[in-house]
Design a protein around this ligand. Structure first.
Ligand code: NAP
Length: 269
């Protein structure tokens, strides 16, 4: 099998936040298969241990060692809460010391809270803002402080279809994802001169734990299939190619963009 060298990212080190399950886990798998050393993150060390085992090479909880898996990259874990500034600073410092300099950061950790806006509480608003937006600022800033000093780096923020459009009951989520799109452009503006490219990846409706209530709602599921030119829900694997492209030298002059991987949904009425 031959691959164009522009797409070769073997040997790079990547941190994927929120990668104990769902989209983050699939993206981590893609990076491992591309030969990257990957650090899995989430709040639950046990879930991370299991997620690392699923990828075939386990760094111990709290991160001991890592084992390479053939041509695949090695896997490490780093449990910290991406909404907690001091924990993020300590977590990134620990990852760089234990695993090595980060070449790639994927800001993926996120949450949903579906509720009518009139009933949305102050605490719920702050929680979703912290988890989906402030996290990318905190982890991105901490990683970029090191990447800018080294003169290169790739940051991919996991945005959403809802960075562009919204439906009733998810206004706070859409607000965070719309803001994340603009944070992506702002990071691009501030850090481009240091050799860092920052882009967004915008998944459409993808089957994960986060969307399980929607998948199980037959009426909603039929609506998704009908609204999507591809005629189906997305799978987590559908997102891997876009991430590998954005993380690769092929995208060295691409920054501040959001690449929507949505089966065409954002293009149609
Ligand atoms: P998911 O299955 O609920 O997984 C979320 C991940 O984030 C878990 O690993 C979770 O681990 C971690 N996480 C949550 N809060 C965290 C925190 N404070 N600190 C560290 N880790 C945290 O969600 P998903 O569906 O894979 O979604 C992943 C991303 O894609 C999110 O940003 C989401 O908004 C976006 N997205 C999803 C869809 C979709 O259709 N599924 C569509 C568009 C965009 P712990 O709970 O153990 O910490």
């Amino acid at each position: 099998m031959t691959t164009h060298p522009l797409f070769d990212i073997a040997g790079r080190t990547a941190l994927v936040t929120g990668s104990s399950r769902g989209i983050g886990h699939a993206l981590a798998r893609g990076l491992v298969e591309a030969g990257c050393t990957v650090v899995l993150n989430g709040r639950d060390p046990r879930a991370l241990e299991k997620a690392a085992a699923d990828l075939g090479g386990v760094g111990g909880v709290g991160g001991v060692g890592a084992r390479g898996v053939g041509a695949r990259g090695a896997v490490h874990t780093a449990a910290f809460d991406v909404t907690d500034g001091p924990a993020v600073a300590a977590g990134i410092a620990d990852v760089e010391e234990r695993v090595g300099p980060l070449d790639i950061l994927v800001n993926n950790a996120g949450m949903q809270n579906r509720a009518p806006l009139l009933e949305f509480t102050d605490d719920a608003w702050r929680q979703i803002l912290d988890t989906n937006l402030t996290s990318a600022f905190l982890v991105g800033r901490e990683a970029a402080r090191r990447m800018t000093a080294r003169g290169h780096g790739k940051i991919v923020n996991i945005c959403s279809l809802q960075s562009e459009v919204v439906r009733p009951g998810i206004a706070p989520y859409a607000a965070t994802k719309g803001a994340l799109k603009m944070l992506t452009k702002g990071m691009c503006a501030d850090w481009g001169r240091y050799g860092i490219q920052v882009n967004g990846l915008g998944p459409g409706y993808i089957e994960t734990e986060l969307t399980r209530p929607l998948v199980e709602d037959e009426e909603f599921s039929a609506w998704v299939r009908g609204r999507t030119p591809a005629g189906r829900w997305g799978r987590t694997e559908d997102l891997i190619g876009a991430l590998l492209y954005l993380a690769s030298p092929a995208a060295d002059f691409v920054s501040g963009q959001v690449l929507y991987v949505d089966g065409g949904m954002t293009s149609v009425l």
